[in-house]
Design a protein around this ligand. Structure first.
Ligand SMILES: Cc1cc2nc3c(=O)[nH]c(=O)nc-3n(C[C@H](O)[C@H](O)[C@H](O)COP(=O)(O)OP(=O)(O)OC[C@H]3O[C@@H](n4cnc5c(N)ncnc54)[C@H](O)[C@@H]3O)c2cc1C
Length: 379
């Protein structure tokens, strides 16, 4: 349930992670309902808003704490990473949506654009998000006298139907993709959520959005064509997704431990062996994601080194996370498949969320980078 009085109870000076800790139990409890209904987690987003967490990622000039935008500096990245992990542990669905919100703010801050619009949305309790994925012809942008017109389709749009001002990419005829803050109230937009019959992350409302000659004013455009894919922000920014996923892996490990304790199987050497493999996988992932966050936000690091490190981290994280899920499922046995079980939900959510774009290509890029440099990253 939304606690509308929460903001008043979050004392001044309480950091974002501590503020989230106040609402983490209710978001974790709500995640089962969200999964069962396959519904957008409106209550959880309202709780984030009530705890002041939708505005904290904004630049200070827009009333925030620069949580997303100052994640250039290592200390800020540690703070954002810890928050993303905490949210992911409570609900991967909510974590995925919050990460998209942070990404939209970061892109507008970095390349220039209508931050006041995002600030107004956050103040009104609404998240933003970034819709880039497409299949086939995708979304095309063509210039008109006072802006752009968009025609085509975006796929895998999280928060579709709930987000009012998403950051959408669209292909331009001659340059790279354009970024713009679409107003979902515009004429010519149709959202289809029926396509999202997913095994996990069911509440992300990851739908298809069709645009039929939708007008976007020039002042809703972010940066210039091609900025979206610029290195290292695009590929390097995947560290934030890993930070959310790490929270899911942490929750699975905790539920796995509780299950072994409850069933008494923690006394069995084979179960303990599997648990130690899962615990080792989590610990390796924790160190890896922290290092990826630090390197990705080191303004002095060469872009190709950042991208290669985060690429290697993505591929390696997937391996570690699948190990953690497999060990939990084997140790819990059939119990975790019978009826609603938070362990099953968390495993389904993480397995689904791990399907990220071009993971093998990321491994390949990291290998090519390292093979040209003797095989290891500089410490
Ligand atoms: C819960 C969730 C929410 C999401 N929300 C959003 C969102 O809000 N906005 C958004 O833009 N996107 C979103 N996405 C989509 C995401 O950006 C990717 O499009 C999607 O996750 C791609 O997953 P995939 O497994 O199909 O990847 P792919 O990259 O298609 O990989 C699938 C397989 O094909 C292989 N492969 C890929 N390309 C090639 C190739 N050229 N040659 C040979 N093999 C290839 C890969 O190695 C892999 O084995 C979301 C995804 C999830 C899971």
């Amino acid at each position: 349930m939304v606690n509308v009085h929460l903001q008043a109870r979050v004392p001044d000076g309480v950091d974002a992670v501590a503020a989230f800790a106040l609402i983490a139990p209710e978001i974790f409890a709500d995640a089962d309902t969200v999964d069962r209904l396959g519904a957008f987690p409106a209550d959880a987003i309202a709780s984030l808003a009530a705890a002041g967490l939708l505005t904290r990622p904004l630049p200070r000039a827009h009333g925030g704490e620069a949580l997303a935008v100052a994640a250039e500096a290592t200390e800020a990245a540690d703070c954002l990473g810890a928050l993303l992990t905490a949210i992911g542990a409570a609900s991967l669905t909510v974590g995925r949506l919050f990460e998209g919100h942070c990404n939209a703010i970061l892109l507008v801050d970095r390349y220039g654009g209508p931050m006041a619009t995002l600030a107004a949305e956050a103040s009104a309790g609404r998240i933003s998000g970034v819709w880039n994925a497409e299949r086939g012809a995708g979304l095309q942008a063509r210039r008109c006298s006072d802006g752009w017109r968009l025609t085509g389709r975006k796929v895998h749009c999280s928060g579709a139907g709930s987000i009012r001002r998403p950051l959408v990419t669209a292909q331009t005829p001659d340059d790279g993709p354009l970024m713009c803050l679409v107003d979902m109230a515009s004429a010519g937009i149709a959202v289809d959520l029926s396509v999202w019959q997913a095994a996990g992350m069911r509440g992300t409302a990851t739908g298809t959005v069709d645009f039929d000659d939708v007008f976007v004013a020039a002042d809703a455009v972010i940066g210039g064509p091609g900025d979206y894919y610029r290195a290292p922000l695009f590929a390097g920014g995947a560290w934030r997704v890993l930070a959310v996923q790490l929270g899911g892996l942490r929750q699975i490990l905790a539920l796995h431990a509780a299950q072994l304790t409850r069933s008494g199987r923690g006394a069995d050497a084979v179960s303990r062996h599997r648990f130690s493999a899962a615990a080792g996988a989590f610990e390796s992932a924790r160190l890896l994601v922290a290092e990826a966050g630090r390197r990705a936000t080191d303004a002095t690091a060469p872009p190709d080194a950042i991208v290669a490190y985060v690429d290697l981290a993505r591929g390696t994280f997937e391996t570690l996370a699948l190990l953690g899920v497999d060990a939990a499922r084997r140790n819990a046995g059939l119990a975790a498949f019978l009826g609603p079980d938070p362990l099953d939900r968390c495993c389904r959510d993480l397995e689904t969320y791990l399907r990220q774009p071009m993971l093998d290509a990321s491994r390949d890029n990291a290998a090519a980078y390292l093979l040209a440099r003797g095989g290891a990253f500089q410490p």
